[in-house]
Design a binder for this molecule. Structure first.
Ligand code: HEC
Length: 147
């Protein structure tokens, strides 16, 4: 549980910083949606909000949408776009397509698993950790922090 909270804190804090900037790309706007969704799930997992199945379902639907769109969010034409925001895609998104696709698949699988299994706070805790790990794993290789 402690590890879970640490993982979530890293993901969500990183995003709070960028929230004030305008989303420059469809990828960024999807990622911000991810962030809102995981923040909603984390608030319940941490006991800051009561468990609410409708809110869980809405957050998972948001993550599902991103997982579905991710394969088309980074066309070749974006490869040389200048990084104007705090976070941007790494060149590896295009140079290691197989690796990027594997991360998308891992994320989609974790989200589908959550959709099938999350019915109460205990199953939510497990799934939030699994999804958060996928966010972090992909970012580690495929997202760059600029400054
Ligand atoms: C398959 C890879 C991948 C997965 C999975 C992924 N991300 Fe990202 N994320 C990226 C990339 C690439 C960027 C840089 C996006 C850009 O600038 O277009 C990014 C950027 C972000 C940003 C910064 C957006 C901005 O405004 O600049 C946030 C916040 C974020 N991700 C949150 C999440 C969360 C939360 C999850 C999990 C629920 C997640 N991401 C899952 C690849 C991923």
């Amino acid at each position: 549980m402690r590890l879970l909270i640490l993982i979530l804190a890293t993901i969500i804090t990183g995003a709070g910083v960028v929230a004030a900037q305008d989303a420059a790309t469809p990828g960024q706007s999807q990622m911000r949606g991810n962030n809102d969704a995981i923040a909603a799930l984390a608030a319940m997992a941490k006991g800051e909000k009561p468990y609410d199945q409708a809110a869980v379902d809405a957050a998972i639907a948001r993550l599902e949408e991103c997982a579905r769109k991710l394969p088309t969010l980074y066309p070749e034409s974006l490869k040389d776009a200048p990084a104007t925001t705090r976070f941007s895609p790494s060149a590896k998104v295009w140079d290691d397509k197989a690796g990027f696709t594997a991360q998308i698949t891992g994320f989609a699988t974790a989200v589908a698993d959550a959709k099938a299994k999350v019915k109460n706070i205990d199953t939510l805790n497990v799934s939030v950790g699994a999804i958060g790990k996928q966010c972090g794993d992909c970012h580690q290789t495929f997202r760059v922090r600029n400054g």
